[in-house]
Each structure stands twice: as C-alpha cells, then as structure tokens.
Design a protein around this ligand. Structure first.
Ligand SMILES: Nc1ncnc2c1ncn2[C@@H]1O[C@H](COP(=O)(O)OS(=O)(=O)O)[C@@H](OP(=O)(O)O)[C@H]1O
Length: 447
C-alpha cells in the first residue's frame, strides 16, 4: 500500500532555529559530547530522511533521497527472533556510552520508537534528582516510552514506572583507571570545571597524583552526584548516594550493590571488548548487524600537550595504590562484570567469535566509507555501500544518511529526536482534533 508523504518539517525547523543555534553557551554542567555542529539545513535534511525511513516511502517525490530498504528479518544463530523494542540503557559516563547511545537512537528513529527525552536538557537526572513527568518531553496520548539512553543516576523503582514490563536493562563499564583518566582530562582540561582545572595549573607535572594524594579535598560533600570523578560508574548504575564516602569503603554494601546490579541489569557491556559487546547486544536484542554498526564517538583529542601527557604517562605503583582505595566500588564493579561477561561469551552458542571477526571487518569498511562520505561532503548524496548476506545477517546497505546519523554528536541527535517527537505530537493532536480545530497555544509542548 502506498504510504503518505511525510510533511516537510520546514516550519518546525524555522520555529526552533533560534533555540537550536543558541544552545552551545548554555550547557549543563555534566554534558558530555561536543556541541551543535549541524546547520538548520542539515537538520532539515536529516529530519526529512528520518521521516521517510519511518514512513518507508518508496515511490513519491521523496524516492530520490530514500535510503534503500533493507530486510528486517533477523538472524540469530540461524533462528529468527523477535526484536526487543523496550530498552533502558544506563549511559555510564566516559565508558564509550555515547557510541552505544548512537546505536539506540538510530534504532529508535528507524523503528519510530519513543525515546525518553528531557524537556529542557540532554540528560534525564544526571544530578540525582527525581524524574517527574513534567520534566519529560511529552508523548502522544496512549504512547509509552520505549527507549532510554541518556545519562542518569539509575534507580530501578523510579525508572521502571515509566517503562513497559518487558523492558530490558543494559549498562556499560570501562576499565576504572581509563575511565577515571578520561573523566579527569575532560572535566579538568576541556570543561575546565573547578577545582580540577586549577589542579592542572598548580601541579602540571602530575596532576593525577596530586589529586589522589589529596583526594578528600575534591570530594563533593553536599551532593556526590555532582562529582564525576568519584566512582561515577557505580553512581550511574545506582550505588546509594547517602554517606557516600563511608559507604564506598564498606565491603558488605559493595557486595550488596553488585548483587543488585546483577539482578536488575540484563546485560553489562564492556568498553574494552566493544565489538564482542555489540555482537552480544545484537543477539540479546534480536537486532540486525546493521542496527549495531557504529562509528566511535566522543574520542578525546587535544593539541594540549599537558592533557595528552595525563593520559599517556606511566603511573607509579603508589599512584595505582591510591587509586584502588579511591575507586574501590568501581574496581569491584568492573572486575565482577568483566568476569561475568567473559563467562557469558563462553556460553554463546556456536560461532560467536566468527561473528565478531566478521563484524570487525564490516565495521572497518563502514568507517572507511563514512570517512569518505564525510570528507567528500557527500552527505546528501545517494552514495551507498552494499554488504552481502552471511550466516549472521541478511544483505544490507549503508547509505550516506546512515553515515550522517552514525557520526552525529550527542546534542545534535537529541535535537533531532526532539524535532521528530514534536512532529509526532503535532500529528497526533491533529488526528485527535479531526484535523479541524486549532490547538490552543497552552496545550502545545514547550520545546
Ligand atoms: N567503541 C569504543 N570502544 C572503546 N572506547 C570508546 C569507544 N567509543 C568511544 N570510546 C571512548 O569512550 C570515551 C567517551 O565515553 P562516553 O561517550 O561514555 O563519555 S561521556 O560521559 O558521554 O562524555 C572516550 O574515551 P577517551 O578518548 O579516553 O576520553 C572514547 O574514546
């Protein structure tokens, strides 16, 4: 059956242009990715294509920019499985989580799923506050949230109120010291968040050592959730914040926390084994190989020698000793879940490693194709790359549009998701009012 053309979002973009262009100076404290890079024209292109992919239009005026349709059947060790559509991904800070978030956002767009969105910012409750309906970008009447993939302080009871019962819970962890260094450099050197920023100036030789020797001075005693260096992976996954400094050396609380994470989360990914993680994710969610493709996001680069040195230098055993006391919960968490992850991989049926090898090869080709598309400014072209079927996937194509989405910055993707939601809300309201009555201004969602 021919589908209707999606309406062009020109007026919507014009309406939001100022908001979109002005957001860079107003970043929340803990924001992670780089800021808006998209022009309103690029944004319009993306939204138009997203609407087309959602409407699956093949004929019509839009066929010239329509991405080729890929098969939706999913092969999982030779079996067809149902795709899971309800996912909460706890976007753990500085643990490759923006790359994973991009995968979830792309899936949400292509399947027209509702992403839980903060009404005014990018994150859900990064500072540890409660989630209230009024802080969320509204949903059309009768809809539920399908996917959550922003930074948040995880609280199972609170989050599960907003999601269907069949929702699966996913997290990610990274080697604690690498995660710590990544955070340190970002907040001290890039975000220039005091008091860490001053530390680099005061102790240029080895600011990490200086921090760890005097770590107590840098603890946020009022609200640990405002602290991004203090066992943040555990905080993000829900370690209780009360009396945090005492709790973090309490072995029985740590063990209880590991048990809680183990029973709440269905899958904890490991950044150091990223490809394995994505293949495991694919199998667990019943998604396709194309769904889990990615281009690494949020990778640290800096011309600033002092920052690069912090990441590259060899740290003494004394420093590592100090770190193991400072990051006791994160270390216990990581050690536990790496072991669990490796056990899980061992139990994967048949040819898991073969799938990982194939996935790596495909990924490298996608990286090359997307860099070419990006560097040649071919983003709006109809260029595409074909990948034949294997034991693990049906044939699929990667288009320039896929490359745009895979390389979108987090904030830009949030803007895209909000535009798409607003279009959906407007459509639903028009339907609700029989397309006749003008909707009173007060009923419109704030954006
Ligand atoms: N695929 C993959 N595999 C391994 N590591 C990866 C991957 N993708 C991103 N990264 C690294 O993760 C760091 C950014 O993490 P996040 O995106 O979670 O950061 S943020 O909290 O959202 O700002 C950042 O680490 P640093 O470069 O050390 O800062 C990224 O390089």
């Amino acid at each position: 059956m021919p589908r209707q053309n999606p309406s062009r979002p020109r007026s919507l973009i014009a309406k939001h242009k100022t908001h979109f262009n002005n957001r860079t100076n107003n970043e929340p404290v803990g924001r992670s990715s780089t800021s808006n890079n998209l022009s309103p024209q690029e944004l319009e292109q993306i939204i138009t294509r997203a609407l087309i992919s959602q409407n699956d239009a093949g004929s019509s005026d839009f066929s010239a920019v329509s991405p080729p349709a890929d098969s939706v059947s999913v092969i999982n060790n030779g079996n067809e499985v149902n795709e899971k559509h309800h996912v909460v991904f706890s976007k753990v800070h500085k643990a490759a989580s923006t790359t994973v978030q991009n995968v979830f956002l792309r899936f949400a767009i292509s399947h027209d799923l509702n992403v839980m969105l903060d009404r005014s910012g990018e994150h859900i409750n990064e500072g540890g506050s409660l989630i209230t309906e009024s802080n969320l970008y509204p949903l059309p009447l009768g809809h539920t949230h399908d996917i959550l993939c922003n930074h948040l302080i995880f609280n199972s009871t609170e989050i599960s109120r907003f999601f269907p019962n069949d929702t699966v819970y996913i997290g990610i962890l990274r080697k604690p010291f690498e995660q710590f260094l990544s955070t340190f450099v970002y907040y001290a050197g890039v975000f220039k968040k005091p008091p860490l920023s001053k530390l680099i100036k005061k102790f240029p030789e080895n600011p990490v050592e200086s921090f760890l020797i005097d770590s107590e001075s840098y603890v946020n005693k009022v609200n640990p959730a405002k602290d991004f260096l203090n066992n943040r992976m555990s905080m993000d996954l829900g370690f209780p914040l009360n009396n945090f400094e005492l709790a973090k050396v309490n072995q029985s609380l740590i063990q209880q926390f590991l048990g809680d994470v183990q029973s709440t989360f269905d899958l904890i990914l490991i950044a150091e084994q990223f490809e394995e993680s994505m293949v495991l994710l694919r199998r667990f969610l019943g998604w396709s190989t194309k769904d889990i493709l990615y281009v690494k996001r949020n990778v640290f680069t800096s011309e600033d020698e002092s920052l690069s040195r912090i990441k590259k230098r060899n740290y003494s055993s004394e420093v590592m000793q100090l770190f193991s006391s400072w990051a006791a919960i994160d270390i216990a968490l990581y050690d536990h879940f790496v072991e669990f992850f490796n056990e899980r991989i061992k139990k994967q049926p048949g040819n898991f490693h073969e799938e990982v090898i194939q996935f790596k090869e495909v990924r490298e080709q996608v990286d090359t194709f997307c860099s070419f598309v990006r560097s040649s400014h071919l983003v709006s072209s109809s260029k595409s790359k074909y990948f034949p079927s294997t034991n693990f996937t049906t044939a699929f194509t990667v288009t320039s549009y896929d490359c745009i989405l895979m390389t979108l910055e987090e904030m830009d993707f949030m803007a895209v998701a909000k535009f798409l939601r607003q279009i959906k809300l407007n459509k639903a309201r028009r339907r609700q009012h029989g397309g006749k009555r003008k909707i009173p201004q007060s009923n419109k969602a704030k954006t």
